[in-house]
Design a protein around this ligand. Structure first.
Ligand SMILES: [Zn+2]
Length: 107
């Protein structure tokens, strides 16, 4: 709710909370593998924010920020965080679902 109240200045924690919402939604769909689930989530964080009413520009910028910063840190931290990361989760790589409204799609 704090993210939705000021999406233009979302904190890292608020971006994490949006991703948690998207990530768990992917589990509800039936995905069990954590790396695939998280990659499905990062590609849909833009869509999820729009569905929750976040303005388009902020939704896209924040979704990209989560992918470029929060997500990439996972791969560097390693350990348990590494289970949620794959270098194949990137535009044009194996986990790219080529969604028309992907976080990665050019507006
Ligand atoms: Zn999970």
């Amino acid at each position: 709710m704090s993210y939705l109240s000021h999406p233009e200045r979302a904190t890292g924690r608020e971006l994490q909370s949006l991703d948690l919402f998207t990530h768990e939604s992917m589990h509800v769909r039936g995905e069990l593998n954590e790396a695939l689930t998280e990659c499905e989530a990062v590609q849909r964080n833009y869509r999820a924010a729009r569905l929750l009413g976040v303005p388009d520009k902020a939704a896209r910028e924040n979704a990209l920020r989560y992918y470029n910063i929060n997500y990439q840190q996972r791969g560097k931290i390693g350990g348990m965080q590494a289970a949620y990361y794959s270098d194949q989760c990137a535009p044009g790589k194996a986990m790219d679902e080529h969604l028309s409204d992907s976080t990665w799609a050019t507006p």
